[in-house]
Ligand binder design. Sequence first.
Ligand SMILES: Cc1ncc(COP(=O)(O)O)c(C=O)c1O
Length: 401
Amino acid sequence: MAPSDIDMNLQGPVQPLQQEENEHIFRYTQTIKLKNALEKAGRDFRSDVVTVPTEGMMQAIIDASVGDDIYDPEGDASVNALQDKLIELSGKEAALWTLSGTMGNQICLRTHLTQPPHTVLLDHRAHVQCWESGALPVFSQAAVTQVHPKNGVHLTLEDVKRNMIADGNKNTLSGTILPLKDAKEISDFVRNFPVPADQKPIAMHLDGARLFDAVAAEGVDIKEYCACFDSISFCLAKGVGAPMGSVIVGNKRFIERAKWFRKMFGGGTRQVLKLLLSTMPGMMAAAASAALDYTLHRLFAVHAMTARVAKEFELMGYKFALPVQTNMIVLDLEVVGIPGAAFVGYCKDNEVTVFPNERLVFHHQTSSDGVSRLLKALAQLIRDKVAGADLMDHKVTGGYT
Ligand SMILES: Cc1ncc(COP(=O)(O)O)c(C=O)c1O
């Protein structure tokens, strides 16, 4: 093609697209790259963020709307459709798409917290405190009250009462659930906590990165759960399996103010990637919507698979650091005298990817081949341990030896 042909195409008259609503312009077929990535994800137990897009998600990306989520007053249609889905699921008034779980959490906290001094009460292992690169004190200038749950698993009203100054929670936490009953008790107490007349009532924020897992496993109503909190951040790129993104929900006033902070944090999205006929926010939101449709009812099977594998581990003689309630198994290797390096090494020998932190995460693309390899690796490991083998014990930091 000569350069002049390209110019002609760019400057020529725009041909109106003769396309029926819901008709695909292009039909996506799975590429070899995606097939290979899917096979790899099937035996990767580091996290549920390792999934790859399904064919439905890729098709949704191709079919996504083409709006600009900042300039267009009505927003982007695919982003709006995703936000509406979360409003429907959570029972909240409004929702806002964010680029990541961290961004969603920090926007919510910043939106609640207006003027220092203020404090966030949270579980000492909370992601917003431990794993968000110090964002909380930087963005919100908040002090933190870290609470160690007395039951070792989740916060209770008793814990909150003993440490009460302000807000903050997380569900699930290392795969364990904060039960609805406890969330309700804490919420009732916190929301009725007397504050001086010139101060805002204490707010309840939930890091609901894996709330879909929690409510599915506990068998409770998601709207009833969400009603305990003023804001919730849902990750769509964890167990739901979307390529990226989170959605925060709350009342209309809260989301209006949150939109302002999203812009401030650099999270307003435009036509970042003009590709085919699509734009980035719409593409990613459409993929996330397709992910929700595809994955939510599959979480039960993921949890059942996790429980089955945990049972096998138990029979082999392994112990757990936390109860297995959703899609994670947290082994306690120390009590059985197995070093992290040996755990990673035996898994690697069986082409299974794990972190040395003893946490195994299952997702909707975990394959039966991946599970067989994992069981084989851990069976061999404990057999060798019992037989007195000299297990490797060097320092390991990543997912590989
Ligand atoms: C419980 C929890 N909250 C928040 C996040 C942050 O999500 P992101 O990595 O999308 O920023 C994570 C990420 O692993 C998480 O596990």
